[in-house]
Design a protein around this ligand. Structure first.
Ligand code: SF4
Length: 560
């Protein structure tokens, strides 16, 4: 792949050939030039797709209708191929099938670059890609499956009806999925036995003279094994070429971001600043903090100290939920000086790093709160550290005790531990959310500790749903604001009201606050108002005297 800052696309014959089938083994890397915007957009979309696969794999049986339906709709929404019968010769809305296949191809290779870097990343990537491949292969029509095998040098052929007839009973007896009725209609692949060791070991196929006879729905097992092996080798090879890729300063930050990527809202935006007070933190930590932050909070309260990793993870989280710099300094200082650090030492050694976190020192980077992927994949905690993700970094027995202490039910704990065992850490956290908030199914996909906090506040009814409020505002009020500026309706650029207009037209009714106070407010109330605004008693009497003679504007001038 080559990268340029301008979009250039040329379709070669080999490229068209590459996308001639709905499914790929990703044997050939893309050879065309793509722009960096496309590079980023493709990779983020594929990551979204893979994360959906991860979530669906835990919530549904992998071949179930619901699983397929949800994956269909996600692939469709993200413009990845999802229909094996799609054909560019027929008119269709949106990107063509060629473009979808191209996106599928390129995005796969970009994520290879991002996800070949560590064992954890490779394992996660292979698992999701294999699941995606399984789903797509199963969706193919039988002739497409055969074509796919041949295109990829898996020279397995189906046996003819004549060949099948004498083997009929053997085939029925040796396979769970074949009955006397279906054997006639089903295709059977004849495969060298060494290519199907899994099926032979589990005695799922008929073996004769070095060949096994595989019913068409089981051929996916072989193809998947092959795909997994190829991908695993390819990732190891890609990892070797990483130094060259990392020397490209345009790509390195993108790839690093992708491998720690969290897809969704950016919680760095400081729209919450000042929304919580320091007194609320203790109760919020019990109700609305995810486990990682709850344990950090507990630790700072108990030990009055946190090491750098913990301060960064927790400090940025607190910043994200709305602590201002002043509040943060106060929070950290009050805790540290309760421990072994005096105020002077705190100011010299620690205050800098708190200000740094808020972008007020050093490079002045406004650091963003860590996403789950970042917490899970980078900087694992050592002894004495309290940062990290408890679902990833805590010993299961300890995690169990922690959950018991937090009053999670025994059955809930088993479900969480089961997810942890399957390395679905974010799903385990989501389960913890459901159990601690007493809801059946969380209707979000957890990616970020700050997202956990916001969802919790929503569930508990304490958090304002800014998005909802925005929708209401947009529907009901934004029009009139734009109208005022001449951008709606008759497009009149309205002028500010004069005193005469305010005094003479549209007098306020109960509950209104417009109008002129010297004209429309009861004299006794006006007096109180002027007192509250620190107008001297003699001034108030003068205003009253002028008003009694109906000198409204003069009264206002006196006030001025
Ligand atoms: Fe924190 Fe994310 Fe781990 Fe939950 S999954 S404990 S939010 S890092």
């Amino acid at each position: 792949m080559q990268f340029s800052s301008r979009r250039r696309k040329f379709i070669t014959n080999s490229q068209t050939e590459l996308y001639g089938h709905p499914l790929q083994f990703y044997g050939q890397p893309p050879l065309e030039n793509i722009c960096l915007t496309e590079f980023e957009a493709f990779s983020v979309d594929r990551l979204k797709l893979l994360k959906t696969i991860e979530n669906l794999g835990v919530s549904y049986v992998k071949r179930s209708d619901m699983y397929k339906k949800k994956l269909d709709s996600e692939s469709k929404a993200l413009n990845f191929p999802y229909r094996p019968d799609a054909d560019d010769r027929k008119p269709q809305a949106g990107p063509s099938e060629y473009e979808k296949r191209r996106k599928d191809h390129i995005s796969h290779f970009i994520l290879r670059l991002a996800y070949c870097q560590t064992e954890d990343l490779r394992r996660w990537f292979i698992q999701q890609e294999v699941d995606l491949f399984r789903y797509r292969f199963n969706e193919l029509y039988p002739p497409q499956k055969l074509e796919f095998l041949h295109r990829n040098n898996l020279q397995y052929d189906t046996i003819s009806v004549e060949e099948k007839k004498p083997l009929r009973d053997k085939l029925v007896n040796s396979s769970y999925t074949v009955s006397g009725i279906t054997v006639e209609e089903q295709d059977f692949y004849k495969v060298p036995f060494q290519d199907a060791l899994d099926l032979v070991r589990t005695r799922k196929v008929y073996l004769k003279a070095g060949y096994v006879y595989i019913p068409h729905q089981d051929i996916v097992t072989i193809v998947l094994n092959d795909f997994r092996t190829r991908l695993s080798k390819a990732l190891a090879l890609t990892a070797r070429s990483l130094p060259a890729v990392h020397s490209d300063e345009r790509l390195q930050p993108l790839l690093n971001h992708l491998s720690h990527a969290y897809v969704g809202q950016d919680y760095s935006i400081q729209k919450n600043v000042g929304k919580i007070s320091l007194d609320q933190i203790d109760s919020l930590s019990g109700k609305s903090f995810p486990l990682c932050m709850r344990q950090l909070h507990q630790s700072i309260r108990e030990n009055h100290h946190l090491r750098h990793g913990g301060r960064m993870q927790y400090g940025l989280f607190l910043k994200g939920i709305g602590l201002s710099l002043e509040q943060a300094l106060q929070f950290w200082r009050s805790e540290f000086i309760r421990g072994k650090v005096d105020a002077d030492k705190f100011d010299k050694a620690y205050a800098y790093s708190v200000r740094h976190m808020f972008g007020k020192e050093g490079k002045r980077t406004d650091y963003t709160p860590y996403s789950c992927m970042k917490v899970i994949l980078s900087n694992p905690p050592s002894q004495g550290d309290h940062h990290g993700c408890p679902f990833r970094h805590t010993d299961p027995e300890l995690l169990k005790q922690k959950l018991q202490a937090y009053k999670v039910s025994p059955s809930g704990i088993s479900q969480i531990l089961e997810l942890v065992k399957g390395m679905h850490f974010q799903l385990a956290c989501q389960k913890y959310f459901e159990l601690t908030h007493n809801i059946e199914e969380a209707n979000f996909s957890l990616n970020h500790p700050n997202q956990y906090f916001i969802e919790s506040q929503k569930a508990l009814g304490g958090g304002k749903d800014d998005d909802e409020n925005n929708v209401i505002f947009d529907k009901a009020y934004a029009y009139s604001v734009r109208h005022m500026f001449g951008k709606e309706g008759k497009r009149t650029d309205y002028t500010p009201y004069s005193c005469m207009k305010v005094i003479l037209s549209n007098p306020p009714s109960q509950g209104d606050h417009h109008g002129c106070p010297f004209r429309h407010t009861d004299p006794e109330l006006l007096k109180q108002k002027l007192q509250a605004y620190k107008v001297s008693p003699s001034g108030i009497s003068q205003v009253g005297a002028v008003l009694s003679r109906l000198g409204l504007r003069l009264a206002s001038a006196i006030c001025f």
